[in-house]
Design a binder for this molecule. Structure first.
Ligand SMILES: C[S@@+](CC[C@H](N)C(=O)[O-])C[C@H]1O[C@@H](n2cnc3c(N)ncnc32)[C@H](O)[C@@H]1O
Length: 270
């Protein structure tokens, strides 16, 4: 039996709620951190990027660096799907400047509280965090120039709906830049049904071909994979993607062979 939607959402909120409220360093060996144990330095961010964002926003939960490929301009409106601690929102906020706006959307209350606290503490006036599911974006039709997302769409059981929502809120000609985990081949059923691997951004991933078709099905054009690399976590390391390091060696090798981290760009037609 596949993992059902509500149970999955509950587990996602639980896992990411714990990460958001974890008092130690999320870049050290915390029991429930997803992502790279060394912080986002291992995930495609330059030291310059990381030094310009509030350290509290970097929970090392991404799998790429969508802002680096977004070509953001002053005054643009950006929406970040599954904004987590807000790292990409704060990086985007610097690029769009005071005339621009960045809206982070996340369904985990603790993540939203943490990101709001960071925004306030560091005086960001052009960033807002909204508590909602990315399947129902709390953003008006045709109001965003750019949508970014980092390691989140794989967690949705309704990816087609997510792409339709992204399409709805973008202005004509608007850009979509997604970093995410995708599959080259189907995962074995025992991995697909593993809740910890699901909330750890592996088991819910789609085949790359299906993912691109869903984007095109929502109306996007110029859909291109612009970056492709092995998933950036050491699955065997405690504190890395999938929990306490109990992923066995064989399963970790299977995942490494079948899954990848990609960044995909696309555009809403004018
Ligand atoms: C792996 S983390 C990535 C966080 C952030 N994008 C980053 O790169 O640091 C996934 C985030 O997506 C959020 N999330 C997962 N599924 C979601 C959904 N359906 N709607 C809204 N947020 C979701 C989780 O609460 C979590 O904060």
């Amino acid at each position: 039996m596949e993992l059902e939607e509500e149970r999955i959402k509950e587990e996602i909120r639980k896992r990411y709620g714990e990460i958001a409220t974890f008092k130690g360093s999320c870049c050290g060996p915390s029991p429930s951190c997803c992502g790279a144990p060394m912080g986002s330095g291992g995930l495609g961010y330059s030291p310059g990027d990381l030094s310009s964002a509030p350290p509290e926003s970097d929970l090392a939960l991404g799998c790429g660096n969508p802002v680096a490929l977004a070509h953001l301009e002053e005054g643009e409106v950006v929406v970040d799907l599954g904004s987590g601690g807000g790292l990409d929102c704060f990086l985007a906020a610097e690029r769009v400047g005071e005339e621009g706006l960045v809206i982070g959307v996340d369904m985990t209350p603790e993540m939203i509280s943490r990101a709001r606290r960071t925004a306030e503490e560091y005086g960001f006036k052009n960033v807002e965090f909204r508590l909602e599911e990315i399947e129902n974006l709390p953003v008006a039709d045709g109001s965003a120039d750019v949508i970014i997302s980092n390691c989140v769409v794989n967690l949705s059981t309704r990816k087609q709906r997510v792409f339709e929502e992204a399409f709805r809120v973008l202005k004509p000609g608007g850009r979509l830049i997604l970093s995410d985990v995708v599959l080259y081949e189907e995962l074995p059923p025992e991995i697909r049904r593993d809740m910890e691997l699901y909330t750890g951004c592996v088991a819910g991933a789609s085949l790359l071909g299906d993912y691109l078709k869903m984007m095109e099905g929502a109306g996007f054009v110029d859909v291109k994979v612009v970056e492709e690399k092995p998933i950036p976590w050491d699955l065997l390391s405690p504190g890395s993607c999938c929990g306490d390091g109990e992923v066995d060696r064989e399963v970790a090798a299977q995942i490494k062979a079948l899954a990848a981290s990609v960044t995909i760009t696309a555009r809403k037609p004018t």
